[in-house]
Write a protein that binds this ligand. Structure first.
Ligand code: FE2
Ligand code: FE2
Length: 140
């Protein structure tokens, strides 16, 4: 059973970003599976690495879209991304130092943050793009 089920309310109507969000949800589900199946410390560190890597990649792509579309709330949105990166980096450092293990509480935080952010902040950008039919950024 999935930890988070994707549903249409997550869709922004921007294919590239929607695919990214789907992948992020899939990674959180994988993290949940690994945690609940009693994975090793290394196994958890590996999936968290992937989550961090993909989140950074996604945030950069999303901010690029916002910049190209002259989205007026870009700087506020970037601050939200930045705060999340700091938080997830703290978890990662603690895990590497073996100070803590990734717990279900941490996963709950990641899940809450991600779903709230997609449904509120990212959705606001989605509406802005759809309403104004701004162009897509160059892919390079
Ligand atoms: Fe975002
Ligand atoms: Fe996003």
């Amino acid at each position: 059973m999935s930890y988070i089920n994707w549903d249409d309310t997550f869709d922004l109507g921007i294919n590239e970003l929607d695919e990214h969000h789907r992948h992020l949800v899939a990674l959180l589900n994988l993290t949940y599976d690994i945690l609940t199946q009693g994975a090793t410390h290394d196994g958890i560190a590996e999936v968290l690495d992937e989550l961090v890597y993909y989140t950074i990649y996604h945030f950069a792509a999303e901010e690029h879209w916002m910049k190209e579309n002259k989205y007026p709330h870009l700087s506020q949105h970037r601050d939200e991304h930045e705060l999340f990166c700091q938080k997830i980096n703290e978890f990662q450092k603690d895990l590497l130092k073996q100070k803590t293990n990734l717990s279900l509480e941490v996963l709950q935080f990641l899940n809450n943050w991600l779903t709230t952010h997609i449904l509120k902040s990212d959705a606001d950008f989605g509406r802005f793009v759809v309403k104004s039919s701004h162009p897509q950024p160059d892919s390079n």
